[in-house]
Design a protein around this ligand. Structure first.
Ligand code: NAD
Length: 447
């Protein structure tokens, strides 16, 4: 039975023992993210003349699934966790989107992020809808075996709310290929022996040996870098010798930094959930990536000195890649940026509306999330296709397809902006909404 829970998420944080006293929810105090996304939708709808009934449908997710599930921790205690899956739209294809493990994740965030997945699928011309989900807890605060049990219980609790032709999760903040391998295995073991191998595509972002695709791990960072390169070509901006600052040195941020280093861009400052590091000579980003893989964060990395978050935003650089969380670049951060010409949004929603206004006033270009980080879902789609066909594509094939897809989407966004003078963010929404509007026009509403 599929569950569709239409409810306001006012329940307490589950990241605590079942028996403990109820504390005030953490991280629920940022309700504006979803409203911001709805605002962009409204603005872009006016530009493309989207019928009002389509806009009304797209303003809300189709299903909001919340599951509370218990897990026995290593010390024998039981803890109740709260998991979410927000399915925004499946008009273009199965729901698709990442699973986030983060202590401040909230229903509002997941609604915003799920909607953005719908725009990304539409913009990239993929036969996929939009979804997002995850668990509200700190994955750095549990052991590996606890993480495995939490993941397995979560995906078991979701049951048939996900599936390879229905809703296909992927990694996001706090999750990775290992998480997806556990998720796939859990799902496989619920469908019976005969169907087991046929459902490999229930998640993407799996390790290559467990049915993943070559090129998925770096795909989002790669897509960000394709966008930066195309923007640089358009603006006669020589990337060689330029300086980069990166907030979030996980999957997206670290791969963007590594790939930009191939083009002569030097990463001079990085930050993550543990703090910020500065190295005026430029980091060896390969070594830093290896260090983070081993230690889980940049904390304690020897070749750089610690700076405050405030100082990080004021370090002289040419390009800034936010690759951590939403709402990181508000007016203060946008004002502090020192010499930056381009902000390429690896993260989803890193700039607040007010922050983006300051960037615009200062002549700093923003490559918006819906385009800039769409390389991840695009290569996830390639993985899903390979699983369906029982194929394994070479890395070169994945890379070539991704580059062509990013170039095509980038050009369509630029052309839309030229025609409507609306800015690149609304241009992304506009291109996506044109496709969604056309599909609604053709199919109409059941019955
Ligand atoms: P990740 O977990 O691999 O890395 C997240 C990084 O952000 C880590 O370095 C973490 O320490 C840092 N971080 C967390 N909280 C922070 C805080 N309060 N301040 C500073 N840094 C903090 O996650 P990821 O997959 O790289 O995702 C990063 C962003 O990119 C997210 O916004 C995600 O939605 C977006 N994104 C990811 C993908 C993907 O394929 N993984 C695709 C599209 C968009």
């Amino acid at each position: 039975m599929k569950k569709s829970v239409e409810q306001k998420d006012t329940s307490p944080s589950p990241d605590q023992p079942v028996t403990s006293e109820v504390k005030a929810p953490r991280g629920e105090e940022k309700p504006e993210f979803f409203k911001v996304i709805q605002g962009y939708l409204d603005d872009a709808s006016r530009i493309v003349g989207l019928p009002d009934y389509v806009r009304t449908i797209l303003r809300q997710p189709k299903n909001e699934i919340i599951v509370n599930f218990p897990v026995q921790m290593d010390n024998g205690e039981y803890r109740l966790f709260k998991g979410y899956r927000i399915q925004h739209s499946n008009i273009l294809g199965p729901y698709k989107g990442g699973m986030r493990y983060h202590e401040s994740a909230s229903l509002d965030d997941f609604k915003a992020l799920a909607a953005m997945m719908t725009w990304k699928g539409a913009l990239m011309n993929l036969p996929l809808g939009g979804a997002k989900g995850g668990i509200k807890f700190n994955p750095h605060g549990v052991s590996r075996s606890e993480l495995k049990r939490i993941t397995r219980r979560f995906f078991h609790a979701l049951g048939s709310n996900i599936g390879p032709d229905y809703d296909i999760p992927a990694p996001d903040v706090g999750t990775n290929g290992q998480t997806m391998a556990w998720a796939m295995d859990t799902y496989m073991n619920t469908v019976g022996m005969v169907s087991k191998q046929a459902v490999m595509g229930v998640v993407t972002g799996k390790p290559v040996t467990s049915g993943g695709t070559h090129g998925r791990v770096k795909a989002t960072g790669q897509g960000v870098v394709h966008c930066i390169r195309m923007w640089a070509e358009d603006n006669r901006f020589d990337l060689h010798g330029k300086k980069l600052i990166v907030q979030g040195f996980g999957n997206v941020g670290s791969h963007a930094a590594v790939l930009l280093s191939h083009m002569g861009v030097s990463t001079v400052a990085v930050g993550d959930h543990t703090g910020y590091l500065y190295n005026p000579e430029g980091f060896n980003v390969y070594r830093l990536q290896e260090y983070v893989a081993e230690h889980g964060s940049i904390a304690g990395y020897p070749n750089g000195h610690a700076v405050s978050r405030e100082d990080f935003f004021n370090i002289q650089a040419d390009i800034f890649v936010p690759a951590a969380l939403e709402n990181q670049v508000d007016t203060q951060e946008a004002t502090a940026l020192n010499g930056v010409r381009l902000v390429a949004e690896g993260a989803n929603g890193p700039c607040t509306v007010a922050g983006e206004r300051v960037l615009k006033e200062r002549g700093i270009e923003v490559l918006p999330d819906v385009l800039a980080n769409a390389g991840g879902v695009t290569v996830s789609y390639y993985e899903w296709v390979q699983n369906k066909r029982s194929e394994q594509w070479a890395l070169e094939e994945v890379d070539t397809r991704l580059e062509a897809a990013m170039r095509d989407a980038y050009r369509r966004v630029i052309e839309f902006d030229r025609a409507h003078r609306c800015g690149l963010r609304l241009a992304c929404y506009g291109v996506a909404l044109q496709r969604l509007g056309k599909v609604y026009e053709e199919r109409e509403i059941f019955p």
